[in-house]
Design a protein around this ligand. Structure first.
Ligand code: S3P
Length: 425
């Protein structure tokens, strides 16, 4: 798929549902009693993997694009699947479901695609085993495929050395089934969708500083969930609106949970014109975002803001290429263990387009202001890399070619169509 420089972007768009919240709505609905109705569900490949896993464990789930109805069977209502659970490309499915499966009265094997089979699972295996779980990495490499023999769990206090919502959520979900309270402390607060939504489903949960604590539950109850648009998907349009000259975009109904809104803070600090309108809160805060072309300046991004924009760092690195001065990204070693090694892949592809960017131990240093030129981009089948370089191609001289562009179906199946509409409007 080829991209060329565009003159301007205009119009309005509604971003598809938040991936993290969509996963959780299906998972929690499946282990709750009664019906969970979900509006704004993301019908991306990752969330479909979650639906398929729970269907295999006996849950009836009706899905019509972004409307989903989950017929939950209660906390102890899952049944043993008759084959391996396939988590596809989804780290969230693999890690969160492991917390639930650790406490069932059956055993199961779960795996995913070649990317999932390389991603670190020790981070969930270790704490879950401390709770009494019986989990084996079948290839003895602390990665999927995992064999989980459901068993009786007890509560723990776990001090995690990574700020990871997937780790925190796996432990909290196991904690629902434990015989005593469970808590997780992280170095920085990661996204808190699990905490907000589990409370809505009736779990007893408290949060203080960087700790989340959960009481064992007897039952969760089906809910109506409205999923806001995914700020991680909106980020590509925010960047495009800021960087393409003479542009104005209105991005509707974007989730702005403070544990996810680092991209907005970064855009503003870089000098971007961004205005929030029509703020709402249907369980998760959301707003329309108006963005217009801006001159940007380089900044340093580090510390507690990192987990709030972890998935946006590829597109932030692209923004930094067009900012005056130097942008330094630190404390982001987690990027190396995402769907691809996003530090190495960003540095390689940005360099191929003529950017001045250096890889560091835990991030990147980008000297902005060098014009980009087209290149052939290896997306590594990573959806966020593909979307980042589609935007890069609209800002560069000459032609930019994306290899394996279809990987955007993981989180944003209509991405290229939505982008095309903003060029034509
Ligand atoms: C997610 C948490 C983050 C994020 C991922 C989705 C979630 O991962 O990068 O895309 O839904 O909990 P980590 O928990 O590994 O930081």
């Amino acid at each position: 798929m080829n991209f060329h420089r565009v003159k301007q972007l205009h119009g309005e768009l509604t971003i598809p549902g938040d991936k993290s919240i969509s996963h959780r709505s299906v998972m929690f609905g499946s282990i709750a009693k009664g019906i969970t109705e979900i509006q704004g569900f993301l019908p991306g490949a990752d969330c479909i993997s979650t639906i398929n896993c729970f269907r295999k464990m006996g849950i009836t789930i009706e899905q019509d694009h972004s409307s989903v109805i989950v017929h939950g069977n209660g906390l102890h209502g899952l049944t043993k699947p008759d084959s391996i659970l396939d988590c596809g490309n989804s780290g969230t499915t693999t890690r969160l479901i492991s917390g639930i499966l650790s406490a069932q009265n059956f055993s199961v094997t779960l795996t995913g695609d070649s990317s999932i089979q390389k991603r670190p699972m020790a981070r969930i295996i270790d704490p879950l085993c401390q709770m009494g779980a019986d989990i084996t990495s079948i290839n003895h490499n602390q990665c999927a495929p995992l064999h989980i023999n459901g068993t009786h769990l007890h509560g723990i206090h776990y001090c995690s050395n990574v700020a990871s919502a997937q780790v925190k959520s796996a432990i909290l979900l196991a904690g629902l089934y434990a015989d005593s309270p469970t808590s997780v402390t992280e170095p920085y607060v990661s996204r808190n969708h699990t905490e907000l939504m589990l409370k809505q489903f009736g779990a007893e949960l408290s949060c203080y500083d960087t700790t989340a604590a959960i009481q064992p539950a007897t039952e969760l109850y089906g809910q109506s969930i409205t999923v806001p648009g995914d700020i991680s998907s909106a980020a590509f349009f925010l960047a495009a609106g800021l960087l393409v000259p003479n542009s104005e975009l209105l991005i509707r109904n974007v989730g702005i949970n403070p544990t996810r809104d680092g991209i907005l803070r970064v855009c503003k600090e870089m000098g971007g014109h961004i205005t929030l309108l029509n703020t709402t809160n249907m369980g998760e805060p959301a707003a329309d975002i108006f963005v217009s072309s801006s001159s940007l300046k380089g900044i340093t991004i580090e510390g507690s803001i990192i987990p709030t924009l972890i998935d946006e760092l590829p597109i932030i690195a692209l923004m930094a290429c067009f900012a005056q001065g130097t942008t330094t990204i630190k404390d982001a070693a987690e990027l190396k263990v995402k769907e691809s090694n996003r530090i190495a892949v960003m540095v390689k592809n940005l360099t191929a387009m003529g950017a001045d960017v250096k890889e560091t131990e835990d991030g990147m240093i980008i000297h902005g202001g060098k014009p980009l030129h087209g290149a052939i981009i290896d997306t590594k089948f990573d959806h966020r890399i593909a979307m980042t370089f589609a935007i890069a191609g609209m800002l560069a001289d000459g032609e930019t070619t994306l290899q394996n562009p279809e990987c955007v179906t993981i989180s944003y199946p209509e991405f290229y169509n939505d982008l095309k509409r903003c060029i034509q409007q």
